[in-house]
Design a protein around this ligand. Sequence first.
Ligand SMILES: Cc1ncc(COP(=O)(O)O)c(C=O)c1O
Length: 477
Amino acid sequence: MPVQWAGLSPELLLSVDRDSGEQLRAQLERQVRDAVRSGRLGAGERLPSSRELARELGLSRGLVQDCYAQLQAEGYLVTRVGSATRVAAGAHVPPAPALASPHRAAPRLIADFRHGVPDLGSFPLADWLWAIREAGRAMPTSDLDYGDPRGSQALREVVAGYLRRVRAAAADPERIVVCSGYAQGLGLTLRSLARAGVRVVAYEDPGGPATASAAAEAAGLTAVPVPVDEDGVDVRALDASGARAVIVTPAHQWPTGVVLAPARRLALIEWATRRDAYVIEDDYDAEFRYDREPVGALQGLAADRVVSIGTVSKSLAPALRIGWLLCPPALTAPVTEAKRLTDRGSPTLDQLALAKLIESGRYDRHLRRMRTVYAVRRTALVDALATHAPDIRLTGLAAGFHAVLHLATTADERSVVAAARERSVGLYGMSACRSGHATAPPQLVLGFGDVGERAIAEGVAAVGDLLTPDARPPGRS
Ligand SMILES: Cc1ncc(COP(=O)(O)O)c(C=O)c1O
């Protein structure tokens, strides 16, 4: 669709060189022609008025009118009486086909159990717009300047209060750095650790091997997996790994859903203290728990050894790109400097809006509402599986909005995922979360954050026979 410039005359990058020897009109014609042919000016796009362009380039209006008339005659431009001059349809010479985008439109599915996404349709847009307006109204002009790279003081104070209240964190606004979600928070932390001499960072297996390895590599670190069992990360294996930092998800392990057991929490902190190491706590979906006691942030137990990273990607929406780091004293300055070098700080207006959303109580209200939404979806998933794949085992459901489905040991994860795709259901295998292990049990990670109850029921009904323990992948006897 062409850009519409409301009633204003659009800007256009054109210049004339009075010393070049080429006629001014010829220069202008050539530049507009090239802009249309190359697609820099799209079909239907409006050109500046001849008066405006003449004034800007210091030319006579008649010269610009002659230029437009010539290009109209050549079929590049169209002008209707009483209306602006526009680029003609079909005048653009299309370039060679672009490489396929990684964000190709996904085929329509009955149900897509992809994980990591909250219910996007429940984003509290009216509250967010209210918060943006309130923030803009109260904002002093000085807030439009470059600010503290750690982020706005208002948001850091509100987040500190929230984390103390809800996560039992030892949160000091002076040691909070606002960032663009967990992804940036992890990158800033790993860069700071690399500068402090850390060489190896461990991550949970299963976990997010691709994210951890890519972030470690970008920071010049080596990433090593350490196993997770039913009590969380194996601290003995961690000790043997030679790592001086570890990325963990203690409250609800990603993706198994296990909670880091109390003895393991203490062992992890003991390891960090003894090894002069750091624990990077990914507090990614702590807001949503259903039938278990709340688990406080690990950071509350050892604020000098734990970097806790929070995000609104699950509680509000990934598109906001807002998160925060709770830094230990020794890492606050390096992380702040890394943030300053990266982008000089996160967008202030969005930070102020988030502060308004939280301090007004609207954020808590949204979380309460979403807990109910996810609890209903979780029940829908459990019920649908009980009906269509009754012998299946589901784990990791005490919090968050994904579950682990244990396939029969003889099942082939990839074949089940592929067969479900054939039936227009998106299923995702655990193997993407593992660092190898050809012999690992076949499992699926089922996200139910952004799938409605009806889609859950229809999706599970469509693939139930593929999930049951005696199911054989299609084509095998
Ligand atoms: C384990 C885990 N942590 C954190 C996040 C959030 O990342 P971000 O805040 O960059 O959106 C995700 C996103 O899917 C995730 O899977």
